[in-house]
Write a protein that binds this ligand. Structure first.
Ligand SMILES: [Fe+2]
Length: 234
């Protein structure tokens, strides 16, 4: 039946139609900025939304609400490529209001997006933020990410390889050590090998960059024709 709502939509705090309207608006927005965000583009948003909704179903939080928060969790990168999550506040609100969300819903999405930010999150965040956080973290810990996406992050942000490695080791090791790398116990168990491998790889990258001959290699790669400069430190 075309107009029948799912159980999740009936119970959700996101009014029927708002989630779909938001999905369409966000998809259109990212399509317009496809080349600007080689790392944080629509492929990232779609993955995080799908996984966040899966984690939300598992931890009993509002699946549609988490899906909406995931759609707008990274719009700060559309405002400024190297900004923090708070820089996306106005654009998030505009997208949500445009989709028919209430001020109360806009405020709740903003709180959950801020809670889930890896740079500041802790073990006391809401179940909705946990679901979003686990999905966003999983994207970083995927074994394919260093191979097929890391260079896209460097291109998008313009940071050096050492800066990226330092950020990953610092942010992710802190969360790992404090026991909230993944909030979902099943995810923590399923993906622990990937997390350990990822952290080890990036620590090894940092170590290798201390070798002057490796540093010379990186600078030689930067100088190759067609190579986007920026792998080496200034
Ligand atoms: Fe993200």
């Amino acid at each position: 039946m075309p107009n029948q709502q799912t159980a999740a939509q009936v119970q959700s705090t996101v009014p029927f139609g708002v989630g779909d309207a938001l999905l369409r608006a966000v998809r259109r927005l990212y399509a317009r900025h496809e080349t600007k965000l080689p790392f944080h583009g629509w492929h990232h948003i779609r993955f995080v939304r799908d996984k966040a909704m899966e984690f939300a179903a598992k931890n009993g939080s509002d699946v549609e609400f988490v899906g909406a928060a995931a759609l707008v969790h990274d719009v700060n990168y559309l405002v400024n490529r190297n900004s923090d999550v708070a820089a996306g506040r106005q654009l998030r609100a505009d997208l949500l209001f445009g989709a028919g969300a209430s001020a109360e819903l806009v405020g709740r999405v903003e709180r959950v997006v801020l809670e889930a930010d890896m740079a500041s999150r802790d073990d006391g965040i809401s179940p909705e933020a946990q679901a979003l956080s686990d999905a966003d973290t999983l994207f970083k810990a995927l074994p394919i990410t260093p191979v097929v996406l890391a260079h896209r992050y460097l291109k998008e942000t313009g940071v050096s390889l050492r800066s990226l490695a330092t950020k990953i080791v610092t942010d992710q090791q802190r969360a790992y050590d404090r026991g909230f790398y993944f909030y979902n116990p099943e995810a923590a168990s399923s993906y622990s090998t990937w997390v350990a491998a990822n952290l080890t790889l990036w620590k090894c990258i940092l170590e290798s960059l201390d070798d002057p001959i490796v540093d010379g290699l990186i600078r030689a790669i930067d100088a190759l024709p067609g190579q986007t400069p920026g792998l080496a430190d200034g």
